[in-house]
Design a protein around this ligand. Structure first.
Ligand code: SF4
Length: 307
C-alpha cells in the first residue's frame, strides 16, 4: 500500500538506505508528575506503566533491554540498522551528569543511526539540549519527542499535565537553536476537546517547527483517573470514525517533510472494556481507511491505496 504521507519507514529508509529497527527502552526515569518513585498520580490518562510500550519488560537493565530488542528485531524483521529510543516517562528528567551516564551506557551498545529521547516540554533546559546536541554525528541523528498532547492551557490544567503551551514553545526554541529535530505527541479526544482543538494543536506544533508528529487517540486504561471519569459517565470514549476523520484533516496541516511516526495508540491492556471488538480497529484497517479518506479529500482515486 502506498501511503499519501511521509511515514516513518519511508523516511528512515530514505535517510539511511535500509530499514531501521527501533530499540525502545525504559531506563528507569520518572517524571515531575509521578515523582521520584513513580508513585504520584500523574496526568489523568497516565497508567502505572507511564505509557510505556507493552513490549518493554519492567525491571530489566538497560543493556539487557537493548541486547534483547536488537536480537528480536534482527530475528523477526531482519533489522541491521538500529535506533535507540528512550521511551518511557520523561527520559530527560535527571541531572545532566546522570543523563550523560545513562545515554552513553546505551549508545555503547550501538552503533545506532539515531538517538531518540522522549520527554515533557518542561524537561528540556538549555544544558539538556546541549548534551543531546553533542551526540549528533554524521552517522547518527538525535531526535527529541515532546509530549504536548494539546496546546490548550485549560485542557492541560484539567488533565493535570503540570505544564502549559509556553513550556512547549520554550523547548521547541531550544531545540531549533541547536538544529535538533523534534516530534510532537498530540492526543485526540481529551476531555472538553474536539476536532477544532486537535487541529489547532497540530497547526501550532507545525508553526513551532516540529519535524515529526505522533497522533494518539485517547486510551481509557483501567486504573487511571480518566478511566474513572468514563466509568462515572463524565466523558465519552473516542470512536474510530471520529478519530479517523480528525487525523485525515490534521494530515492536511502538516508540511511535506514532517514525519508521521505514529497514528494509532498501542494499548497496553487490550482486555479493557474499551478495547472490545468493534470499538477499535486493527492498525492495518485504520491505515487503509485513512489512506482512502485522504485520497478522497485530495480528489484522487481512493481504491489505489486499498490493499
Ligand atoms: S508526563 Fe507522561 S509519564 Fe508523567 S504522568 Fe504525564 S503521561 Fe505519565
Amino acid at each position: 500500500m502506498t501511503l499519501p504521507w511521509l511515514d516513518a519507514r519511508t523516511y528512515l529508509e530514505g535517510r539511511w538506505g535500509a530499514p531501521v529497527g527501533r530499540v525502545g527502552v525504559d531506563a528507569g526515569f520518572s517524571c515531575p508528575n509521578r515523582g521520584p518513585d513513580r508513585n504520584s498520580p500523574g496526568c489523568t490518562f497516565c497508567s502505572d506503566a507511564g505509557n510505556r510500550a507493552p513490549y518493554l519488560a519492567p525491571g530489566a537493565g538497560l543493556v539487557d533491554q537493548i541486547r534483547q530488542a536488537k536480537a528480536f528485531l534482527g530475528e523477526r524483521y531482519g533489522s541491521r540498522l538500529f535506533s535507540l529510543y528512550f521511551q518511557s516517562y520523561s527520559s530527560t528528567w535527571a541531572p545532566v551528569e546522570k543523563l550523560r551516564q545513562i545515554y552513553e551506557a546505551g549508545l555503547a551498545e550501538g552503533p545506532f543511526v539515531d538517538l531518540t529521547v522522549g520527554t515533557r516540554p518542561d524537561c528540556v533546559p538549555e544544558e539538556v539540549a546541549d548534551l543531546l546536541a553533542g551526540y549528533r554525528t554524521p552517522e547518527r541523528d538525535v531526535w527529541v519527542e515532546l509530549g504536548l498532547q494539546t496546546s490548550r492551557d485549560e485542557t492541560l490544567l484539567r488533565v493535570g499535565r503540570g505544564h502549559n503551551f509556553d513550556a512547549f514553545q520554550q523547548a521547541a526554541r531550544r531545540l531549533r537553536e541547536r538544529d535538533l529535530p523534534f516530534t510532537t505527541h498530540v492526543l485526540f479526544g481529551l476531555p472538553g476537546e474536539g476536532k477544532v482543538d486537535f487541529l489547532e494543536t497540530v497547526r501550532r506544533a507545525v508553526a513551532e517547527g516540529t519535524s515529526g508528529i505522533k497522533f494518539h487517540d485517547l486510551l481509557l486504561v483501567p486504573g487511571t483517573r480518566l478511566y474513572q471519569e468514563w466509568a462515572q459517565g463524565r466523558i465519552l470514549p473516542v470512536g474510530p470514525w471520529e478519530y479517523l476523520e480528525a487525523v485525515a484533516a490534521a494530515l492536511g496541516e502538516l508540511r511535506p517533510h514532517v514525519v508521521l511516526w505514529s497514528v494509532c495508540s498501542d494499548p497496553e491492556n487490550r482486555r479493557s472494556p474499551l478495547r472490545a471488538p468493534g470499538t477499535k480497529w486493527p492498525k492495518n484497517l485504520f491505515l487503509s481507511r485513512l489512506a482512502k479518506e485522504v485520497a478522497l479529500r485530495q480528489g484522487r482515486a481512493a481504491d489505489v491505496f486499498l490493499p
